[in-house]
Design a protein around this ligand. Sequence first.
Ligand SMILES: [Zn+2]
Length: 437
Amino acid sequence: MELTFLGTAGPRGWPQPFCICASCLGCTGSAVREPSCVLVDGTLLIDCGPEPAHAAARASRPLTGVRHLLLTGPAEAAPLAWLPAAGLELVAAPSGPPAGLPAPTAGGPPWQTVEPGAEFAVGAHRVRVLPGGSPGRVAYAVTGPGGSRLLYIPSSRLAPEADTARSWADGRPYDAVLLDVVAWPERLAALRREGAVTEETDVLAVHLSHEAPPGEELTRRLAAWGARAVADGGVVRLGSDPDPQPVRPHRTLVLGGARSGKSVEAERRLAAVPDVLYVATGGTRDRDPEWAERVAAHRDRRPATWSTAETTDLASLVTTATVPLLVDCLSLWLTAVMDECNAWDDDAWQASAREAVRKRVDELAAAWRGCRVPLVAVSNEVGSGVVPATASGRRYRDELGRLNAAVAEESDEVLLVVAGQALTLRGLPRKPRHARN
Ligand SMILES: [Zn+2]
């Protein structure tokens, strides 16, 4: 099955017309994206923008062979002035033709209103209509003549209905899934949980718009989710593409100052993973309402399917983990370890605590190196500001610096979050495979 991406943006494109937001102003040249529109094997069009023919001509895939159009939303949402001239055999949509379009009897295309559950053949392809995840929308599962399977999920900007991943899955993984992964990475997590998306599935971002970060950060964020975006005009051949999937970082360390957005970034990095073990390393702090409030805020942000562990024996947990881990955070872990080793006391520090703390850090770094599950850890970046007034404060600052360096050394991706912006210190961007024309 050959997919030509004539458009990969949301309904208004990216940049949105006349929008002066930072994302739109930064979206120029080859980054410009038309509304999502995918040409399948040169004969079947899924969704469309106002000028699919021009986009197709630019991609050297003229639309002259197209006989069928599948619309995922109300026809009013798609500018269809070009439609009567296209000579289609069928337009399938969850609603009827919009006013102003000629009826089939007057030269307009034959229109078929579809509902979830419908199944029909269009040329050599079989189409199954699935719930769209939002009111008035449908998704399409398309099986090609060679057996390749594609799932196209509509734009998710509307309020999502209850979890529809179960109805998208049918016991077999798809070869490609096209969805609004930036808006709803949790849907990708649900598809993984249902077995509809596996490591073999090519996850392609569509419906992109100015909510997405511009430039390389989009590539990095998608890669963390096991997804990628192709540029408009890109061609993807399912089942015969020799390029590897985007390499997902295995161990990510997210550094940042207080309230920098580092925890949000760490959680976002794992948002497309179905089952994550959140590791709280700070232990419980009785009679500290501010601390309780922070813990509750973290808990509210996390998906309900994530589980939680509270431990300071981090090395053992990292070694034995069987599901992806989110460790938040290493600086609290160090505090707890220094408590356990009596490391705040100057005499104890000199006598034996220094050695004990550093042994724990070495054990953790070794566990990091051998970790077999995806792992994202948060830590505080300190030491650039005011020198702590006390010896124990300076000791903590120094040991945290050593800990961060040791863990970063064993991580394949290291991010520094400043004012909510993730800077890559190590690792990605690795260029994901790019579609070939
Ligand atoms: Zn904008």
